[in-house]
Write a protein that binds this ligand. Structure first.
Ligand code: 4NP
Length: 170
């Protein structure tokens, strides 16, 4: 499935990554996607941020296990957790959910015309498929975070290559 067209081709393409708490999966994905965009020379052309569908962790830094997993693999870890605000649909080109529950929560609050801007993040992984989900690592052990990072890295490469193609067509 091709990416949604940019809302405003004169502005950076905006991608928001969404999980439940915005302290584990989506902030990890935000850092990895940002790094992948820099590698592709697209960091000026694309803006990435993240949020959670829940409000429990608003204002918190990343989960310690998420941060240490990122750090070990050379990524930055700056983060302040936020809750997704449905008004953000007005200026995000693409809203990527980590799992099917996050996706359903987003679809429920999205303006009807913006529902096709919501996709599963892992659908961009080469081995992902349209229904693939990033599992919630919060209640598991440290190795769950490494598994999640591997999944995120695969999806980020696919996503950035799709975005590069979309922007090239402009
Ligand atoms: P995340 O993980 O959605 O990947 O940030 C979670 C973080 C916190 C909770 C659930 C999932 N929680 O229930 O507090």
């Amino acid at each position: 499935m091709s990416l949604p067209e940019p809302r405003d081709p004169a502005q950076p393409y905006r991608v928001c990554l969404v999980c439940l708490g915005n302290i584990c999966r989506s902030p990890m994905a935000e850092q990895v996607v940002r790094t992948e965009l820099e590698r592709a020379g697209l960091d000026g052309a694309v803006r990435v941020d993240s949020a959670g569908t829940g409000s429990w962790h608003i204002g918190s830094p990343m989960d310690d296990r998420a941060a240490s997993t990122l750090r070990i693999h050379g990524y930055l870890t700056d983060h302040v957790a936020r809750r997704f605000d449905p008004e953000w649909f007005a200026d995000r080109d693409l809203v990527l959910a980590m799992d099917a529950d996050n996706q359903a929560d987003l679809v429920r609050v999205a303006p009807a015309g913006d529902r096709d801007r919501i996709r599963l993040f892992l659908s961009f992984a080469a081995d992902g498929g349209p229904h693939a989900e990033v599992p919630d690592p919060y209640y598991g052990g440290d190795d769950g975070f490494t598994t999640v990072l591997n999944m995120i890295e695969g999806a980020s490469k696919g996503l950035v290559s799709e975005i590069a193609q979309t922007l090239r067509r402009r």
